[in-house]
Design a protein around this ligand. Structure first.
Ligand code: ADP
Ligand code: ZN
Ligand code: ZN
Length: 747
C-alpha cells in the first residue's frame, strides 16, 4: 500500500520554512489535495489558516510527530500554480517567510479562511411589460416615468434587452430602492439575486468598446506595434505627461482582450487618479475588477475572485494587485513605474514593478512600464537593451511642453516663502483669468516651533525629528511616529512667550495667499485636506470648472491629474532635493519637479514653470531644466557608476532597531563579522553598521548595514547563509531586524 501523502503547509508565522502535516482524516486520506488549497491546522496552541505548497511522500519528522490537517478549505486550489510560483520566487528573492508572502497575496478574508465564493448581489431587470411600456403611460407619476425611461435607456445602451442592472450601480447613480420597488409593484421591474458568475454566463457577446479608440500618432503606433500578445518583453513607454501613454495602454489592452486574455494594470494610488480609472471604464465594455485600499474587505475579496475566476477581463489595482491570479493573463501594465508606492516599505519589502517583470517572464507575456520620468533602474535597462525603449516625444493633441525657469532668491525678502518676482508672475496669470499651481512639499503650518529668546525648538520626545506646527486643529505633530501634543504658549526652556513657527508648510502658505489674493479662491491639497473620501475628486472637479484659482499643495499634486487651465506652476523650494543624504535624492527631486510641471497647460494655453531656489547655478538643476530628463538621467547614471551604486551594484540593507542602541549596533556588527569570515567575502562590500539617517524613531534606535555586490547571485547567497545565523543569534533575538533587498528608501 502506498504511504499516505504528507502536506507541506505555509503558515503566516515569522519562520522561514513550511510545516508538514498529515491528511485531515488518516483513516480516509481521500482524494489528494493539490498545492494552492487552503487548510486549517493547529500550530502550537493556535489554529491557523495556511496554504499547501507541496505534496510529498515523506517527511524529515517521523509520522508519529506529525499532526493531521484539521480541515481542507478548498476543493480546487485557490492559489493557482503560477501565483504560488510567484510567491515562492518572492520569498526566495526578498528572503521573507513564504507564509507571510502568501498572506500578502491573499485578501484578508480569504487569508483568514473565508469561503472562496462570489456572493450574490441584488440586481434589477425590466420585465417584458417593462420593456414595452411607454413611459408616457406613467404620466401621473413623473418620478417613476423618468426612472422607467432611464432604465430603458440603460438597457439599450448595454445592447441587451434583458441585461440585469446591479442595485449598487443604480444606487450610485442616485436611484433609491422605493422608486425601484414602485415599478416592481406595477410588474414592470423584477429584482434578482445574482452572482457575478451567473451574470457573466448570461451575457451575450458585447462589443468590447463603449467609445472608439483615438487614431494614434506615428510614435504611438510604433509603440503599440511592439507590444505582442503571447511574447515576453519588457517595454518602457517613455513620454512626457500628456504624450499619450494612456492611449497606448488602452489599445494594448484591446489587443490582448482580442486574444481572449486578461490585462492587469498597476497604478500608484487610485484615490489620486480617479480620472485614469474613468478612462478605462469609459473605453471598455468589459467586466473589470478594481482592487484598491478604499474597498472594504468583502468588496476586495469579490474583486479578487472575479479576477481569479476569469470573470474580469481588466484588473486595475495598486501594489498588492500584482499577486492577483490571472487564469488568462495577457499583459501587465505599470503606470508611473517610477513611483515609490510600488515598493512596500515594511514587512515584505517587495517591489511590485520588479515582480511584474518576473511574472510576465513566467507567463510569457509583455510588460509595459510607462513614465515621463522613469526610474534610473528601468531607464538603464532600456538604454542597455534589456528592455525595449518606446519613446513618445510629442504631446498628443499638440500641447506644448512648459517653459521652465528659475528665480534666484538669494537675498530677496520672502513673504512666508513667496518672493516678489514669483508673486508678480502669479498675479499676472490670475489677472488673465488663468489658474496657478503652487507647489510646496511640506504639510502643516510650519516645520517647527522655535523660541525667539533662547533658540529652543519643539522636538519629538520619541524621534530625532522636530514637531510640525499645525493650525487646523491647532497642535504639534510628529510626522514620523504620530506623537501629538497641544501647541505650547511658553518656552519650556526659558519661560519666554516668544514662540514662533519656523519655516513654512502648506497651511501657512495658504493663509498668506488668502491675504495676498483676497478675491481668488485658494485650494489646498495635502494629506490633511484630502483625508475624507472623494475629497480629491471634489477638488479636481472644482478646479476643472476653470475659474481662476490658486491650487496649493504637496506632492499629491504631482500625481495623475491634469489641470488644463493652470498656466503657471510655481515651485517654492527645490533645494532640499539637491542635498539629500539619500543617494536617490537627486533622482527623486528631478522626477517630482517634472511631474509637477507636467500637470499644467494644454494646446491653446501653454504652461510655464518658475522655480525658486538659492542654487540657481547648480549644474544638475540647469541640466534638468534646459536639457531634459534623458540628459539628467544619463548624468545621474554616470555618477552612480562612478560611485558603484545601483543599478550598477546590487544592494541589500540589513536594518536593526532596539530601545538599546548598543544591541542594534551589536547585532549588525556580528552579522558583518559572519559575512567577512565567508571564504569568498571579497565579492561583497559591507558598509556599516551605521546609525540610520534618522537614528531614533518611535523610541527605537535604528542602525543599518549596507551590503553591496557586483554579482546578484553572490549577494543572495551571502544573505541566504547569513539569515539562519541571525535567526540563531541571541543578540539578534533582542532586536527587531529586517532585510531589505533593492532598498528604495535609505532613511
Ligand atoms: P499620458 O498618459 O502620457 O499623460 P494621455 O494618453 O492621457 O497621455 O493623453 C493626453 C491627452 O491627449 C488626452 O486628452 C488624450 O485623450 C489625448 N490623446 C492621446 N493620444 C491622442 C491621439 N493619438 N490623438 C489625439 N489625442 C490624443
Ligand atoms: Zn526659550
Ligand atoms: Zn516622533
Amino acid at each position: 500500500m502506498a504511504e499516505p501523502p504528507i502536506y507541506a503547509v505555509a503558515l503566516p508565522v515569522p519562520l522561514r520554512k513550511t510545516f508538514d502535516y498529515l491528511a485531515w482524516d488518516p483513516l480516509f486520506p481521500g482524494p489528494i489535495a493539490l498545492p494552492g488549497c487552503r487548510v486549517q491546522v493547529s500550530f502550537g496552541n493556535q489554529q491557523l489558516t495556511g496554504v499547501i505548497t507541496s505534496v510529498k511522500q515523506s517527511s524529515e519528522l517521523p509520522a508519529s510527530q506529525l499532526k493531521a490537517i484539521l480541515q481542507l478549505l478548498d476543493q480546487q486550489p485557490l492559489v493557482p500554480t503560477e501565483v504560488l510560483q510567484l510567491c515562492q520566487w518572492t520569498a526566495h528573492y526578498y528572503h521573507h517567510p513564504l507564509g507571510d508572502v502568501l498572506a500578502t497575496a491573499l485578501p484578508v478574508q480569504l487569508r483568514q479562511g473565508a469561503a472562496a465564493r462570489l456572493v450574490e448581489e441584488s440586481a434589477w431587470r425590466l420585465t417584458d411589460a417593462g420593456r414595452h411600456c411607454s413611459p408616457a403611460e406613467l404620466a401621473r407619476a413623473p418620478r417613476q416615468q423618468e426612472l422607467l425611461a432611464q432604465l430603458q435607456a440603460l438597457q439599450t445602451e448595454a445592447h441587451h434587452d434583458a441585461l440585469p442592472l446591479w442595485h449598487k450601480d443604480l444606487l450610485a447613480s442616485g436611484i433609491k430602492r422605493p422608486q425601484l420597488q414602485a415599478l416592481a409593484d406595477k410588474g414592470l421591474l423584477q429584482e434578482l439575486q445574482l452572482s457575478p458568475a451567473q451574470l457573466a454566463a448570461d451575457l451575450p457577446p458585447l462589443p468590447p468598446l463603449r467609445e472608439p479608440h483615438l487614431p494614434l500618432n506615428s510614435e504611438q503606433q510604433l509603440a503599440l506595434r511592439q507590444v505582442e500578445p503571447g511574447r515576453f518583453q519588457c517595454h518602457l513607454l517613455y513620454g512626457t505627461t500628456g504624450s499619450g501613454k494612456t492611449e497606448v495602454y488602452l489599445q494594448a489592452i484591446d489587443k490582448v482582450l482580442a486574444a481572449g486574455q486578461q490585462a492587469l494594470v498597476l497604478i500608484p494610488e487610485i484615490g489620486l487618479t480617479p480620472q485614469t480609472l474613468r478612462r478605462f471604464q469609459q473605453r471598455f465594455q468589459r467586466p473589470m475588477a478594481i482592487l484598491h485600499s478604499g474597498l472594504n474587505d468583502s468588496e476586495r475579496q469579490q474583486a479578487w475572485l472575479l479576477a481569479a475566476q476569469g470573470l474580469a477581463d481588466i484588473i486595475i489595482g495598486t501594489r498588492s494587485a500584482i499577486f492577483t491570479p490571472l487564469p488568462r493573463g495577457g499583459i501587465i501594465i505599470v503606470d508611473e513605474e517610477h513611483d515609490g508606492s510600488f515598493k512596500q516599505q515594511d514587512g515584505l519589502r517587495y517591489s511590485a514593478r520588479d515582480l511584474a517583470a518576473v511574472r510576465c517572464q513566467q507567463l510569457g507575456i509583455p510588460l509595459l512600464l510607462g513614465s515621463a520620468t522613469p526610474s534610473l533602474e528601468s531607464y538603464h535597462n532600456a538604454r542597455s537593451g534589456r528592455y525595449q525603449m518606446l519613446p513618445l516625444t510629442q504631446r498628443a493633441g499638440g500641447a506644448q511642453p512648459p517653459a521652465m525657469e528659475t528665480i534666484d532668491i538669494r537675498g530677496l525678502p520672502l513673504q512666508d516663502g513667496f518672493s516678489e518676482p514669483l508673486l508678480e508672475h502669479m498675479r499676472s496669470h490670475l489677472q488673465q483669468g488663468n489658474q496657478v499651481l503652487a507647489f510646496l512639499n511640506r504639510r502643516g503650518y510650519a516645520p517647527t516651533l522655535m523660541c525667539h529668546d533662547c533658540g529652543w525648538m519643539a522636538q519629538c520626545p520619541a524621534c530625532d525629528a522636530r514637531l510640525t506646527v499645525h493650525q487646523h486643529p491647532s497642535h504639534l505633530h510628529c510626522h514620523h511616529c504620530d506623537y501629538q501634543r497641544p501647541l505650547l504658549q511658553q518656552c519650556p526652556n526659558c519661560r519666554s512667550y516668544q514662540l514662533q513657527p519656523l519655516g513654512q508648510g502648506t497651511e501657512r502658505a495658504e493663509q498668506r495667499l488668502q491675504a495676498l489674493f483676497p478675491d481668488i479662491p485658494v485650494v489646498r491639497v495635502d494629506r490633511d485636506t484630502t483625508r475624507r473620501k472623494n475629497a480629491m475628486e471634489e477638488i479636481v472637479s472644482r478646479v476643472h470648472q476653470g475659474e481662476p484659482c490658486i491650487l496649493l499643495g504637496t506632492q499629491m499634486l504631482a500625481k495623475g491629474h491634469h489641470f488644463p487651465d493652470v498656466t503657471l506652476v510655481a515651485i517654492l523650494d527645490v533645494d532640499g532635493g539637491l542635498f539629500s543624504t539619500d543617494f536617490r535624492g537627486p533622482e527623486r527631486m528631478g522626477q517630482l519637479l517634472l511631474q509637477v510641471a507636467g500637470r499644467a497647460g494644454r494646446a491653446d494655453k501653454p504652461g510655464s514653470v518658475l522655480i525658486q531656489t538659492h542654487l540657481a547655478d547648480h549644474p544638475l538643476l540647469q541640466t534638468l531644466l534646459h536639457q531634459g530628463y534623458s540628459t539628467y538621467a544619463d548624468i545621474l547614471l554616470q555618477e552612480r557608476q562612478t560611485a558603484s551604486l545601483p543599478p550598477f551594484r546590487y544592494m541589500a540593507l540589513l536594518r536593526a532597531e532596539s530601545s538599546r542602541p548598543e544591541n542594534a549596533h551589536g547585532a549588525l556588527l556580528q552579522a558583518r563579522q559572519w559575512l567577512e569570515q565567508r571564504p569568498d567575502s571579497r565579492e561583497l562590500q559591507c558598509l556599516g553598521p551605521l546609525p540610520a539617517p534618522m537614528e531614533k524613531r518611535n523610541d527605537r534606535y535604528r542602525y543599518q548595514l549596507q551590503l553591496q555586490s557586483p554579482n546578484r547571485a553572490h549577494l543572495h547567497l551571502a544573505l541566504q547563509q547569513l539569515i539562519p545565523q541571525m535567526d540563531q543569534s541571541a543578540l539578534a533575538k533582542r532586536v527587531r531586524w529586517s532585510v531589505d533587498v533593492d532598498p528604495q528608501d535609505m532613511t
